[in-house]
Write a protein that binds this ligand. Structure first.
Ligand SMILES: [Zn+2]
Length: 78
């Protein structure tokens, strides 16, 4: 994901802006792993293999997100 994309992304639940934590970038500066955070509802959305996983609650996949949250020791809000 290119960092400039951030301002186009919004929380799928409430459409508020997201803040970004970067864990890994490639040599071109693209974000490979990171976490997007909505300060309005306190949800977090992972960036996995360069793709922001912006799924609303009913489509979230803990199995997909478990790897990154464990590896970077992030607690997802329940
Ligand atoms: Zn939100």
């Amino acid at each position: 994901m290119q960092p400039a994309l951030l301002h186009k992304l919004a929380c799928p639940m409430d459409k508020h802006d997201l803040s970004l934590k970067v864990f890994a970038k490639d040599t071109n500066g693209n974000i490979i792993e990171g976490m997007l955070h909505c300060q309005h509802c306190n949800r977090q959305y992972p960036i996995i293999y360069g793709l922001p996983i912006l799924a609303p609650d009913e489509y979230r996949q803990p199995a997909l997100e478990g790897n990154i949250t464990q590896r970077w020791q992030i607690e997802l809000p329940a």
